[in-house]
Design a protein around this ligand. Sequence first.
Ligand code: GLY
Length: 379
Amino acid sequence: MNYNGRMDQETLKWVETKWQQLQSKLAVEVKRMGEKIPYIPVDGRYVDMGEKNIFWWTNGFYGGILWQMYHATKDEMYKEAAINLSKRLDETLEFPNKLDHDVGFMWLHTAVANYRETGDTVARETGLRAARILADRYNPIGKFIKAWNGNRDGWVIIDCLMNLPLLYWATKETGDDEYRQIAIGHTETACKNILRKDGSTNHIVVFDVNTGEMLDNPGGQGYASGSSWSRGQSWAVYGMSLAYRHTGNEEYLNRAKLAANYFIANTAVTDFVPVIDFRAPKEPYYIDSTAGMIAACGLLELVNYVEEGEKNFYFDAAIKLIKAVEARCANWNEDEDGIIGYGSACYERSEDREVPIIYGDYYFLEAILRLLDKDIFLW
Ligand code: GLY
């Protein structure tokens, strides 16, 4: 969708300025990065997550940044860096038991992005290998994709909605409907047991692997069981909007709207800068900028599908989120790695709370490029 007609002149100018700043800072960062796969910076420099844990779920996001930048600028520097990152990441496909459901995040932004951008058939095969790993995690009795490994075969998390586009892509590429059916089965289970009726979402739900019965919803990365983890909520907004994109099922569109309405209502009371958990006590007050940027991208997706009379509501909310989070959290100092600060992986853990996190930058870039109609769609 071309969003240009929906933006007032001041917003358009602001978005264009942010794009200039992104180009300037990312060019410096990429040159400084070398072979590193970034997650969070320490003392202004990214640490190599490829070294620390090459299986880590965020290791594809920098690839997403690089492919988006290559698509928008055609500067070969970005493509070369993206291909180099893939060389490291793709080695992990030899160890499927060490990978989890986040193969979607990891390969949609790397191999599949490469194939979409360049038509590279080896990258296509790599993407299909990742899709097979995701499909093999499906429990057909409970109709869910298990999130993690270890003794957690019945554990399912809201985040997984964002991995499902890998399955829709695999069906389009191969003509094999199994991938799509798995994505739909999982989405149905999410609608029944993970998304709540008021538009909020659980983070984790545990099922009996033999009967599919729901057993528990333990606390996850938010404040507690039954609370409202804001990034989980943003995964629900974007994930259900994508579920509608890929299936045309009206129920999914309604669920996306419910999740979006809940997110917008809850961030409006903190001036559109999300806290980590909408149901945590007022103090300590912790922000998660990543939830705001992800939800904004989800809202920009949702705008495509709602009735004409609803479009401005979701679009204006997306713009408010992007502007408010950028104003509060962005660091444009080119001597320091990371752009969007105040990202929080988890409510309880201090080492990656209120810090720049690579996916905050990814979703900010995606939003800005999408508003300018310069993005490559990776979902
Ligand atoms: N998908 C993991 C997270 O959002 O932290």
